[in-house]
Design a binder for this molecule. Structure first.
Ligand code: ADP
Ligand code: MG
Length: 236
């Protein structure tokens, strides 16, 4: 197993409050690793520590063998992280294809751009939407386009912050299929997620946060059948 991302004793303090406490977490190559937990557990704070929007108050973060603890977000992206934040931020006035073009232009050789755009549109289930302004897409389609823009950077580790927020059950299921296609293509995924049906659909491993700490970790089966988890996490 190759460890892509490793957090060792990572904490984050806001004033007198410890939002994340001594978290150890390893994401192995090939995993779809879901981070779950009740509201206020520290998931979003941990996500921001991983992508570099917050600095830890203590602990170390390694990515692909490099200590990135104090690195800026863009330098983590250069090392192979790609981030899809919660709210869609596509260029609404531009065609779907142009959005992908902008995202991939520095990561794909010019001669391969058109073919790569086509491949990605197909992968995202947006093959017939390429010419439409992105702002006309449904909320779900905009989320998929946004995932596509993160994927266009050809990341080693794709980081998703609540990719199913605001989606219908049908759109949620299709998002799961998309994440699984990406993983089958060799991408490793770390996703913060609320929706347990989605977690059951995609996760190869689950970490449960509670009160800023790792409360449980294991396979979906282990987590779902753990009565301690059910107690803290309504909806399991
Ligand atoms: P989750 O994403 O699991 O719901 P968060 O990481 O957003 O949890 O928040 C964890 C805890 O840290 C909460 O109690 C929240 O109020 C607190 N918190 C998060 N961000 C800040 C901040 N910037 N300043 C102060 N407290 C914060
Ligand atoms: Mg959150």
């Amino acid at each position: 197993m190759t460890t892509l991302l490793e957090l060792q004793g990572v904490s984050r303090r806001f004033g007198g409050f410890l939002a994340v406490r001594e978290v150890d977490l390893a994401v192995e190559a090939g995993e779809i690793h879901c981070l779950i937990g009740p509201n206020g557990a520290g998931k979003s704070t941990l996500f921001k520590l991983v992508v570099g929007r917050y600095e830890p108050s203590a602990g170390r973060i390694h990515f692909r063998g490099h200590d990135v603890t104090r690195d800026a977000p863009h330098s983590r992206v250069q090392r192979g992280m790609s981030i899809k934040m919660q709210a869609p931020s596509v260029f609404r006035a531009l065609p779907v294809r142009q959005n992908l073009h902008i995202a991939m232009q520095h990561h794909v050789p010019p001669a391969e751009l058109a073919r790569e755009e086509e491949r990605l549109l197909e992968l995202l289930g947006l093959a017939s939407e390429g010419a439409r302004p992105a702002g006309e897409l449904s909320h779900g389609q905009q989320q998929w386009l946004e995932i596509g823009m993160a994927v266009a950077l050809k990341p080693t580790l794709l980081l998703l912050d609540e990719p199913t927020a605001g989606l219908s059950p049908e759109e949620t299921f299709r998002t799961g299929e998309l994440v699984q296609r990406l993983a089958a293509g060799g991408m490793t995924v770390l996703a913060v997620e609320h929706d347990m049906s989605f977690v059951k659909q995609i996760a190869t491993r689950v970490t449960v946060l509670h009160l800023g700490q790792v409360f449980a970790r294991g396979s979906v089966e282990e987590i779902v059948s753990d009565p301690r988890v059910a107690e803290i996490y309504l909806g399991v």
